[in-house]
Design a protein around this ligand. Structure first.
Ligand code: AMP
Ligand code: MG
Length: 331
């Protein structure tokens, strides 16, 4: 069986074809880049997606070596994300499904990050640490749904890095730039560390990091300290969730999973609890069609299809509200 997956929730328009055996036959992407000093402009990003969509979808089928008529389903990320961007993917997926009489699969983008992580790392029943531009959440599967054990109370970890970079006009993508600058320092400047219960809060850390820069600290020292503090906060919240859920695996997924400081802190936490830390390979940390195609395949196999009339975008779709019928606690 073949499933085409379409991703268009934010900066990336991606399309991928996967098989029911979990083979990723193609994963084609085109990323919208905003000008330095600015964030994603939803309308411009949506225009970008419309311009590249046909080429990306066709490229993905060609790379997979199949024709659209050979597909068994079309999956699309209907949320969470930016409305104008989501509508591009939804329109294309509905059209392909209707024209070729294919089942349509509605995928929650965050679940996509979890399922591509599980597929590619072999994680079975992990405590998930999902860190991206749109999410900072600690989740575990329990009682038939994903449940949030901790999350950010304000901006995400990806936002922290991106907004800091934007303020000082660093080129995008911001995360890797900050990591590179941080590598050049081991001089810690004190910054606010805010963990509330099992939640983290990063907005004060952003303000304080920018203030340190203005008062004369070097960019390298601030990047190093901001990265240390932000990752340590999340590691503390993760450790508490791990102790509570007694999961034996951590799955680190989403764009910020590429960060080596975060990887090392979470590996340390896992080690303290005799657990294993799986980190998604860099190819699949960022947004991509493969995360949607594979989650769509799981939904297809479970008979969870959506009719094109009901496939409306859900910009604020939380991961704990997604219906998951293909997973059990120890799957
Ligand atoms: P996503 O929304 O899943 O595509 O993830 C994008 C986010 O990951 C952005 O906020 C990037 O700044 C961030 N990111 C990418 N690579 C790194 C890295 N090496 N360290 C920290 N953040 C990163
Ligand atoms: Mg994402």
């Amino acid at each position: 069986m073949y499933c085409l997956g379409i991703e268009s929730t934010a900066h990336t328009f991606g399309a991928s074809v996967v098989t029911d055996k979990g083979e990723i036959l193609s994963d084609v992407r085109d990323v919208y880049h905003s000008a330095p000093g600015t964030g994603i402009h939803p309308r411009e990003a949506a225009e970008h997606h419309s311009e590249v969509a046909a080429q990306v979808v066709a490229g993905s089928l060609t790379k997979a070596g199949i024709r659209a008529s050979e597909l068994d389903g079309v999956a699309v990320a209907l949320g969470p994300g930016l409305g104008p961007c989501l509508r591009v993917g939804a329109t294309i997926a509905r059209s392909i499904a209707t024209y070729f009489h294919l089942p349509l699969l509605s995928v929650n983008h965050a679940i996509g990050h979890i399922e591509i992580g599980s597929l590619t790392t072999g994680a079975k029943d992990p405590l998930v640490v999902l860190v991206s531009g749109g999410h900072t959440a600690i989740a575990a599967f329990s009682g038939g749904q994903w449940r949030i054990f901790g999350e950010t109370e304000d901006i995400t970890l990806g936002n922290l890095y991106d907004m800091f970079a934007r303020e000082i006009h660093l080129p995008s993508p911001a995360g890797p730039q900050i990591e590179k600058l941080a590598d050049k320092s081991r001089n810690f400047v004190p910054l606010p560390y805010v963990v509330k219960g099992n939640d983290v809060s990063y907005s004060g850390l952003l303000t304080a990091s920018l203030a340190k820069l203005r008062s004369g600290a070097t960019l390298e020292d601030v990047c190093y300290s901001m990265q240390e503090v932000s990752c340590a906060m999340l590691a503390e919240a993760t450790e508490r969730s791990l102790a509570y859920t007694r999961k034996q695996e951590i799955l680190l997924t989403g764009g910020v999973a590429a960060n080596r400081t975060l990887q090392s802190k979470l590996s340390e936490v896992a080690g303290l609890h005799d657990a294993v830390c799986h980190t998604v390979a860099q190819t699949y940390t960022g947004d991509c069609g493969a995360q949607i195609a594979w989650t769509g395949m799981l939904a297809l196999r479970a008979g969870e299809t959506t009719s094109p009339d009901e496939a409306r975008v859900k910009p604020r779709w939380r991961l704990e509200d997604a219906r998951i019928s293909w997973r059990n606690e120890s799957s």
